[in-house]
Design a binder for this molecule. Structure first.
Ligand code: PLP
Length: 511
């Protein structure tokens, strides 16, 4: 961390360098501090001769700062040009394909944005009395109902703000259920291919995370699982299709093994797009399901924006859900009120979660309908299988079962022949106009490239992506990886020191 703080930075005499800085160029976009010029303003109003308000007239003197903050001083024109240039430097889902496996970034319909921006939804305050926001309550209650239908469960909470928070909620529900039966098991089983949030959430909920090995197929090793199941196991967290993109075909014996020991099954449904309308976690024997609306239902994941990780549960866990929940008022058709479930674990988020993300998901589901959702799953799987087959022979597939919405390729063979690592190929792909796939995850695959084309790309785009991935591999073999190691050469910034960026985080500009 830099020792300089924000106030420190703001009072720093930063002006004066602007004149010597280039205004554009690949490396050269100056910061607002460097563009600052003392006394320059973004606006100027004519003198009116009217009396001015003194700050003390508005805010009691004891609450006023001694001096105004030393903010950058710029003209409106320079500021708008600076921000516009910055805005075009990043690659986003709106620019093109973004095949980032697991952490899906896909195009999301602008219609959902329009719905979330409707003043009738966006301008409500969550503290408004129930009778003023009946529409919102009906929307949330209906979304809960639909998510239960999609997942084969009985009740849901929409409060959690992210997948990881949904996981924590689900594990606290697991704990509450066991405690209600006088049991305090201490372990949660988690496959070695699982998303990193799973063991982290288990630890946060006070459980010991016990790793379940994968077998040669890339699926849960059933014998190893059976050996690990005991009275001290609260449950199993499973992602299905799992993180290497394969469907856990042994889900029935897996569920039976857990249920025989009074354990619960937790479904990590962050990427439900693979199975929508085809198979339901509840029918596979899961009691708890979390969904990432910001992956599957019309909000892009990543970038730090708001998300929603609803948790849906079977009948026996419903009394423990976080609340309050929107419930129909008995005897008053179409009216709702907030109610706390009987044995609720309490709140997990302020108010009702990220409500406008919920509104986008609701719009997305309604305009697709049941058949549309099933079509999403079919297209997601078809796109992934097409791309995987196009790469066969050039990339390796350590776990070669039929993939679902994503697959994990290994570029270890290309590295042996050319020296180019998965990282180099990924950087080279940027020059071809594509966002790289997820790299080096899951950890059980050497030189892993985890690819999810998503359901939103056309066949032409998926084919272009295939050709780019094949071309960067062929080029590496021809030039010993030289071009890949030099990439990216077409972006404002080339290779950055990623380890230093992660370990010595500097969030302030210090000249
Ligand atoms: C993205 C993801 C998560 C975590 O979701 P966040 O919203 O990022 O907390 C959990 N599990 C899987 C499989 C995921 O892909």
């Amino acid at each position: 961390m830099s020792e300089r703080t924000v106030p420190d930075l703001l009072t720093r005499p930063s002006a004066g360098r602007a004149a010597s800085m280039p205004l554009m160029g690949r490396e050269g976009e100056p910061t607002v501090f460097e563009l600052s010029s003392p006394g320059r303003k973004a606006w100027s109003f004519r003198e009116t001769g009217l009396p001015e308000w003194a700050p003390e007239d508005l805010v009691p003197a004891e609450h006023l700062a001694g001096a105004p903050p030393a903010l950058p001083e710029m003209s409106e024109r320079d500021l708008v040009a600076h921000m516009s240039r910055l805005s075009s430097r990043n690659y986003s889902v709106d620019h093109g394909a973004y095949p980032l496996g697991s952490c899906t970034m896909k195009y999301n319909p602008k219609l959902c944005d329009a719905v979330a921006a409707m003043p009738a939804l966006a301008h409500c305050h969550p503290a408004q009395p129930d009778d003023q926001i009946q529409g919102w309550l009906a929307l949330l209650a209906d979304l809960e109902r639909i998510l239960c239908e999609v997942t084969g469960t009985a009740a849901a909470t929409l409060q959690p703000a992210a997948g990881a928070q949904g996981e924590l909620t689900g594990l606290l529900l697991m704990r509450a259920w066991h405690e209600s039966r006088g049991r305090t098991p201490t372990k949660v089983l988690i496959p070695d291919s699982a998303h990193g949030t799973n063991p982290a959430s288990a630890a946060m909920a006070g459980y010991e995370a016990v790793e379940v090995p994968s077998d040669g197929r890339g699926l849960v090793d059933l014998d190893a699982l059976r050996r690990l199941v005991s009275d001290d196991v609260a449950g199993l967290m499973l992602t299905n299709p799992n993180t290497v993109g394969l469907f856990e075909v042994d889900i029935e014996p897996i569920a039976a093994a857990l249920h025989a020991a009074d354990g619960l099954l937790y479904y990590d449904g962050a990427n439900l797009n693979a199975i929508l309308g085809a198979v339901r976690p509840g029918d596979m024997g899961f009691d708890i399901v979390h969904l990432n609306l910001h992956k599957t239902f019309a909000t892009p994941h990543g970038g730090g924006g708001p998300g929603a990780g609803p948790v849906a549960v079977s009948e026996r866990l419903a009394p423990f859900l976080p609340g309050p929940l929107p419930r129909p008022v008995p005897g008053e058709e179409g009216r709702y009120r907030w109610e706390m479930p009987e044995r609720s674990i309490g709140r997990i988020h302020g108010w009702h979660g990220n409500a406008l993300v919920l509104a986008r998901a609701y719009a997305y589901i309604l305009f697709h309908g049941g058949e549309g959702l099933a079509e999403i799953a079919r297209t997601a799987v078809l796109n992934a299988r097409y791309l995987k087959e196009r790469l066969r022979g050039t990339y390796d597939f350590p776990y070669d079962g039929p993939c679902m919405h994503e697959f994990v390729a290994s570029s270890a063979g290309i590295k042996r022949k050319s020296g180019a690592k998965a990282l180099d190929l990924a950087k080279r792909l940027i020059e071809e106009g594509f966002h790289p796939p997820t790299m080096y995850f899951p950890l059980i695959v050497d030189e892993a490239l985890m690819v999810e084309p998503t359901e939103t790309e056309s066949p032409q785009t998926v084919e272009a992506l295939a050709q780019a991935l094949l071309a960067v591999a062929a080029e590496a073999e021809a030039d010993g990886g030289a071009a890949a190691r030099a990439a990216p050469r077409t972006t404002p910034v080339g290779r950055v020191d990623e380890a230093a960026a992660a370990r010595q985080l500097r969030l302030t500009w210090s000249g």
